[in-house]
Ligand binder design. Sequence first.
Ligand code: NAD
Length: 495
Amino acid sequence: MTTMLEPAQIDFSQICVGGIFRAGEGGTGRSIDPTDGALVADYGIAGLGDVEEAVAMGRTAVEDPAWRNLKPHERARVLARIGDALEAHAEVISVLQTRDTGKTLAETRALALSAAGTFRYVAATLETMDEELTPPRGPWLTMSVHEPLGVVAAITPWNSPIASDAQKVAPALAAGNAVILKPAEWTPLVSLFFARLAYAAGLPKGLLSVLPGPGRIIGDALVRHEQVKKVSFTGGTVTGIRIAQIAATKLMPVSLELGGKSPTIVFPDADIEEAVAGVLYGVFSSTGQSCIAGSRLFVHESIREEFVDRLVARASALRMGRGDAPATQMAPMIHHRHRDHVAAMVDAAVAAGARVLCGGEVPQGEFAEGAWYPPTILDNVVNTDTICREEVFGPVLAVMSWSDEEDLVSQCNDNAYGLACGIWTRDYKAAWRIARRIEAGTVWINTYKQFSSSTPFGGVKESGLGREKGRHWVQSYMNQKAIYWGMSEQPIGWA
Ligand code: NAD
């Protein structure tokens, strides 16, 4: 039976140190609703002493026989209960996250349910995970087993909080570790609520801490801490590279889910209606605040005019509105500062010669108060322009055309990122050819921005290192150990 919690009962000024909810040493911050700038809640900020305490509690908890000796199927039960709690609270998490991030309720509901699904998937993995008895090549029994790493840090961005928290915390706990979660500065509330849920669902004390605070202080301290044995990071490429550099000095594994500038390719034989809908969803859903946004469009020159006309008409008709209004498609962006950054990138592109086909200006009138930015389509750009090279992380699509397949592939790959790619065609051989040649962690053919827990996700090039999801997710938070078990009746013939 899940104990029901209400965000209204929660004091967000308390951080979570190993299951103890108390004030942080870093004081408090203010979480603001980007719809109108209203205060959602004051939240607690951790200090360096809290980091030390959380790590120490985590170490004690992973060594505690009550956790360490749990069989995988017994750990699975704890995880499944957390999944149930997330599902039972999906509605309240959704409302809280919509206020904290501005996102639509439809999206935040899906994120909460995806977090529940992540815990269930990982629990099921534990139920079925095998260890290996390897073929012996001598008088021994040889086996390969997996063991927890110890204390793991999870550092998450602001764009999909509850889902990205779960994608790190669930497999790390499943592996038998303790986890310290450092949420993004703009979105700590659901992570703090999640910690309450996890402990109410029966997670033993010490195994999860949630430490909101500045990345360059709290995040950095976690990465450098000698007792933190892995960092699982999702965020910007610059931060990810910095974390990898520090990790190298400790020889610590890292998993990095970073930025993207993903191409979407439209062939002349594509189902135009499906492709238009897919391109719009791929770049403008989540108000473009998505690492996998299909932000570079390559449409075949023979259909360019018709396709772009339809795209612009449909983009201009997308409904801007509050995240809690059911009809809204384009909710406010996370923060006014981020909206201003997106607007500045568009202004710079226009100054460099881009033509605005729709959007391109900060809206006034009823939307002036919030952090809205309209769906924006730009053409008269080339692949080497800044707007085509750099991640905008907002609702901005750069349109280019193609005619030669070789040139298309080289333009798609001529970018520092390699996260995703979309291909729209009825020609299955062409789809296969292109899918295999594009440098990306994920390729969607005649669909876009779809996910499954069972399919590994991650980037290549500057989009990241390592994979989340899939059957080996839990093992990615474990050390592999070889055991040789001597079976010979004779001494080793040396001494
Ligand atoms: P960010 O890199 O600024 O911050 C991400 C997290 O890292 C935050 O919690 C932040 O506090 C922390 N951090 C910042 N500096 C740090 C440091 N020196 N040491 C340790 N931690 C530090 O990113 P953001 O602006 O929050 O998020 C947007 C970025 O995330 C975009 O680039 C987006 O593409 C990327 N992202 C990637 C994926 C993916 O799966 N590939 C998913 C979502 C977002």
